[in-house]
Ligand binder design. Structure first.
Ligand code: PLP
Length: 385
């Protein structure tokens, strides 16, 4: 049976050149980067070259890139150390953040008595910037703003320059979760002047188990994992050298092919929207995901005009992998917190969200298969209701 992968916001297949680069490194280098002999120095040199390449592409200092195990760890490091080390007593965030930000801020509220404020959302889940500004100005407490650059479920993009200006004016620290956007947009972190950002290699055709936190030098940070003092004391533990090499290669490939891939994926996304509208009466889209200018081009969140909790399984039976943007337990699917935050109870009761997320490897032919299957499912529902 055909297998169609349209769940690239969850993870991406590795780029063949990344696999080659990592295999070469595994064959030739095994030293511990902390060892002072030649084996260690070789490993260290590979790692530092990788760090330098990533830093150059983001226009930041190599020392501002701290390798971690993933996006979750990076976001944890940033939020926890802002509270424990930088004196943050107030966090402004949104109801749409990834769980690793949401749970961590809740924990800071419960265990450190940090005040947590959620910014109001406008139509379609976009951040209400006026509300953010008034919240920022409403207190003199040391504040961290943590708002994701692009939402992983509905694709809404944040105006990071605007938020950065507001934070600068009010003396707040600014963290943006860039896990879904690094390698997909030409981000100049140096110019943007934000304090913290995060990356996960497996979202950009790199390996799992490696990511980084960008921590602006003038801002500072404090380790969450202590021990041997690796990563300039900010993240102890013997470094994942192969992961770092794979991350740097994935990043290099992503930057090199960015325009071409963006164009290809944007065309696919527009085609998907067009075909769904043509073949499924009443179809709509969640968040701003159908608006190419206001959403992450790799994500489209479809709102099917009927309730079908098993749609993920039905698509899987046809070999198509998507996500419902929902947490599944014991076979029963529950609407995700993001969808719950942006839809009315009636919309939740009567529609089904399907998140389609694209990569450079997807084709129009695959979209035709997906739309055909969704059309058949929707016809079945229209007949039975
Ligand atoms: N932040 C966002 C926006 C994400 O989409 C994800 C992964 O889905 C994460 C953080 C967590 O990244 P990781 O899987 O590397 O822990």
């Amino acid at each position: 049976m055909q297998k169609i992968y349209l769940d690239n916001a969850a993870t991406t297949p590795m780029h063949p050149e990344v696999i080659d680069e990592m295999s070469r490194c595994m064959k030739n280098i095994f030293g511990n980067p902390s060892s002072t002999h030649v084996f260690g120095r070789e490993a260290k040199a590979r790692m530092e070259l990788s760090r330098k390449k990533i830093a150059e592409a983001l226009n930041v200092l190599p020392s501002e890139i701290i390798f971690t195990s993933c996006g979750t760890e990076s976001n944890n490091l940033i939020i926890r150390s802002s509270v424990d080390y930088l004196g943050v007593t107030r966090i402004i965030t949104s109801p749409l953040e990834h769980k690793c930000v949401k749970e961590t801020t809740h924990e800071m509220e419960a265990s450190r008595q940090v005040e947590v404020l959620k910014v109001n959302l406008g139509e379609n889940g976009s951040v209400d910037y006026d509300d953010l500004e008034s919240k920022l100005k409403s207190s003199g407490k040391k504040t961290l703003v943590t708002l994701m650059h692009a939402n992983n479920e509905i694709g809404n993009l944040l105006d990071v320059e605007r938020v950065q200006r507001m934070c600068e004016e009010t003396g707040a620290l600014f963290h943006t979760d860039t896990v879904q956007t690094i390698g997909h947009y030409p981000l100049d972190l140096g110019k943007l002047k934000i304090d913290f950002a995060s990356c996960s290699a497996h979202k950009l055709h790199g390996p799992k188990g490696i990511g980084f936190a960008y921590i602006k030098k003038s801002t500072g940070s404090h380790p969450q994992i202590t021990g041997g003092g690796q990563e300039r004391g900010l993240r102890s533990g013997t470094e994942n050298v192969y992961g770092v090499v794979g991350l740097a290669k994935a990043f290099e490939m992503a930057v090199k092919d960015l325009d071409e891939h963006k164009k290809h994926i944007e065309e696919l996304k527009s085609y998907t929207v067009e075909q769904l509208k043509k073949n499924i009466p009443g179809v709509e889209f969640n968040g701003l995901s159908a608006d190419l200018n206001k959403s992450l081009y790799t994500v489209l969140n479809v709102r099917l005009p009927f309730k079908d909790a098993l749609i993920g399984f039905e698509l899987e039976l046809k070999g198509i992998a998507v996500s419902q943007g929902s947490a599944c337990s014991s076979g029963a699917s529950k609407v995700s917190a993001v969808i719950e935050a942006i839809l009315s109870p009636e919309q939740i009761e009567t529609t089904t969200p399907v998140r389609i997320s694209f990569s450079c490897y997807n084709t129009k032919e695959e979209i035709d298969v997906l739309v055909g299957v969704l059309q058949k499912i929707s016809e079945k529902h229209l007949v039975t209701h």
